[in-house]
Design a protein. Structure first.
Length: 275
């Protein structure tokens, strides 16, 4: 059975469907030795190349894996950086025949919870607004914030790329001219949290993501450390996007359990970070 080219590439871990559509438009993808075009459909028998290199397609029964990473400030969410800055991919475990796909980027000055998966379809569902997977942030705002401002942020304001709003805003502690707030939103446009606050004439000087859908940042995962989600957390994530589990997913292998237990022991004992 044939499927859309960008969906097949996404499932192989090469990026989101939107990114891959641009790759196809830019001529970076070939099918059976010929330049691909938007709308192409492929099967398992087709030879697909990206930037001249033959790719390995994801197996139909691929075991889905998801990592949670506690991103420090100063790292960028790209595989390589022309300016030589550290990237969030630098410390992840290596995959054989697969690639880690970042789920919802964080800008260089934002810290906190970042998810990676080896399954592009799951990444696409987690990021697409139609699946209504919300994100929660802890934010410190410099400037005066009143009830009218919070009401506007909940009801929606017009940004340069369209209307945006927080699904919730919960005030926290205030110290001098800075106030802490917990905010949630249903999408992840570029610097959206910062731009929403800036539209009200105040400045964000600290920003940390603490939740993505049903997944919260564990207190024992320190900056620069990662952990693989266990079966229960992964099942919650799949359920949040109506993503079916593969046959391999339904049966945990003994080596998978042992790997997870080693990670837990290392992190809970405050072992060395992944740096």
């Amino acid at each position: 059975m044939s499927e859309k080219l960008q969906k097949v590439l996404a499932a192989a871990g090469y990026g989101s469907r939107r990114e891959l559509e641009q790759w196809i438009t830019d001529g970076r993808v070939e099918v059976n030795g010929k330049p691909a075009k938007l709308g192409d459909r492929v099967t398992a028998e087709d030879a697909i190349s990206v930037d001249g290199k033959r790719i390995k397609l994801a197996a139909a029964d691929q075991k889905i894996r998801v990592l949670l990473y506690n991103k420090p400030e100063g790292e960028v969410c790209t595989r390589s950086d022309p300016e030589g800055r550290k990237t969030v991919f630098d410390h992840l475990p290596r995959l054989t025949g697969e690639r880690w796909v970042v789920v919802g980027r964080l800008d260089i000055n934002t810290t906190g919870l970042l998810l990676f998966t080896n399954n592009g379809e799951l990444a696409n569902r987690l990021m697409h607004p139609s699946y209504q997977v919300d994100r929660e942030y802890l934010v410190r705002v410099h400037g005066a914030v009143d009830d009218a401002m919070i009401k506007r942020l909940r009801e929606g304001v017009l940004l340069e790329d369209g209307p945006a709003k927080f699904s919730d805003v919960v005030p926290g502690e205030r110290v001098g001219s800075n106030g802490w707030y917990t905010v949630a939103l249903m999408e992840g446009r570029n610097r959206e949290v910062r731009r929403l606050w800036e539209s009200q004439g105040v400045e964000v000087n600290r920003l940390k993501r603490v939740r993505f859908g049903p997944i919260f940042m564990p207190s024992y995962v320190r900056m620069g450390q990662w952990i693989e989600l266990d079966d229960r957390a992964l099942a919650d994530l799949l359920a949040a996007t109506n993503m079916p589990a593969s046959k391999k997913q339904r049966k945990q292998l003994p080596e998978d359990r042992k790997r997870w237990e080693r990670q837990m022991k290392r992190l809970r004992s405050k072992g060395p970070s992944s740096r």
